[in-house]
Design a protein around this ligand. Sequence first.
Ligand code: SF4
Length: 443
Amino acid sequence: MNTKLDPWGTVNIDDYSKLFDEFGILPFDQVCSELPDPHRYMRRKIIFGHRSYDRITDAIKNNEPFSVMSGFMPSGKVHLGHKLVMDEIIWHQKMGGDAFVGIADREAYSVRGMSWEKCHQIGVEEYIISLIALGFEPDGHIYFQSSSDNVKNMAFELGTKANFSELSAIYGFSGETNISHMISALSQSADILQPQLEEFGGPKPTIIPVGADQDPHMRLTRGLAHKMNMFRVEGREDKNGNKYISIRGKAAPDGALSDVAQQINDRPQKHNARRIPEAKLYEGHVDVFGSDDLNQLLDIVRDVALKYNGYAFVPPAATYHRFMSGLQGGKMSSSIPDSIIALTEEPKAAAKKIKRAKTGGRITLQEQKNLGGEPDKCSVYELLMFHLIEDDSELEEIHKECVNGSRMCGTCKNAAAELMSDFLKDHQELRELARDRLDDYKL
Ligand code: SF4
């Protein structure tokens, strides 16, 4: 009953509950209320889960540095599914995030066997131009993986911390998988960590908008970030039940751990802050008793790691969004042209697809009047909710009319088709302007 009354269609979120239970992804509701002006994807639970997003809300509220990063494999048409991610990147850029977009040409080359020229052409013509047309600002970073020394070098370094079994468990690699494909998987982790390199201002929270199926990749990258860091900071308890913080740095260069201990013990005097009691240096670790300011300790540890040319990555945060269904039901897939709407598609053709789309309507008009429609099973309603209607109360009204049987699918599809056609016309005009502005972007 509640599900029916929820205009944001919680029914699909239940399908993802496994992610909450098994993998520790947290419901996005908890952090959404912290945001000054949440995006409609957030308000409507299209973004339903997160990891560490509280770091991003803190950064937004306190005007502190953070980054947003995502990537696109240049293998086909840019469509509404990509728009969802692009909108999320652009929204975070507007909120003050330093934005990064990687075109995963190494992946397209190694997995799809596409030539570099084709990867470049699709990357610019499809993805980058639409990204700019949707509002990506030139102070962000757009790059091709194959042209980024940072990504290539970092992928190689990450390779020392990941083994074949781990990657095959996540990506299904077998003995037949080509080596470049494996490297391209690590390149994605390198993409995610790149915003925290010194060149871009050093360690900071980074948000990665991903689909619900991408969590294994996020877990891999968070694990790699942890393994790459010079120090590991852990809360512990001694045999008398006293809590303390242990800073471990097995592979840290000589002097780094004693530097950590010294800086912790010196810091109160230097900054006139509350004294942090006793950091004690042992073989391979420093233990800190009595500190209740973990962030202050983390700052010190980070500064020392950077001073000794090590890494101090903040584990990347993630938001998880629902997928749109295909227009014919089932999954949206570029290999089924009728299931998607490309951003470069002829507006009239897109409108026709919507008129043929699978709805949550009943078999007869009379049944629809009696029973009402099922917007939570309707691909047309999804289009309205994800992309075509900004005003929540307007969408809520449509949901209500559908459920109570006063809205008929024919009229509804026509209205959605018109909105989509208008959106595509506008977007395609903006794409032409974006093409002229390509030089403003550091590609
Ligand atoms: Fe979908 Fe609209 Fe039909 Fe309801 S009336 S099932 S929202 S097409």
